[in-house]
Write a protein that binds this ligand. Structure first.
Ligand SMILES: [Cu+2]
Length: 138
């Protein structure tokens, strides 16, 4: 009886537990540039850590995770090869911090349109997120 109850709760948890990408947006540069930054929030409501090992998008030639840090008063970006999000935690991608670097859009981006980014997970899964294209300051 007890065993059945445990099995049921594990199944229910596995079904309800899905990482989320919310508030995704892409910042349009003031002029046409081959490089854009993407921001948003990745939530991990699961009981296991969420480990992102890569990103890609059908709208861009290349996507990577970056982090901006101030080193000796100078803003520098570095690649983040692995982003680990603890259970019940989230990661916020925002200007001046963690962000997506979206290289070489296949077509000109329009404000208000949406692009899809797929995050590759260490366990082999894929986490899809939608990102709205916004004008700078808009
Ligand atoms: Cu960057």
């Amino acid at each position: 009886m007890a065993l059945a109850a445990i099995a049921f709760s594990v199944t229910a948890c596995a079904r309800e537990c899905a990482p989320t990408v919310t508030d995704g947006w892409v910042r349009m540069p003031p002029m046409s540039m081959p490089m854009l930054a993407g921001f948003g929030r990745i939530g991990n409501p699961c009981t296991a850590p969420l480990v992102i090992v890569g990103a890609s998008s059908p709208s861009f030639a290349e996507v990577s995770l970056h982090e901006t840090r101030i080193v000796d008063g100078v803003s520098r970006m570095r690649a983040v090869p692995e982003l680990r999000i603890a259970p019940d935690d989230s990661a916020t991608l925002k200007p001046g911090g963690l962000h997506l670097m979206l290289m070489q859009p296949h077509a000109p981006l329009k404000p208000g349109s949406r692009v899809v980014v797929e995050f590759a997970l260490k366990d082999g899964g894929v986490l899809r997120g939608e990102f709205e294209v916004r004008k700078p300051g808009g």
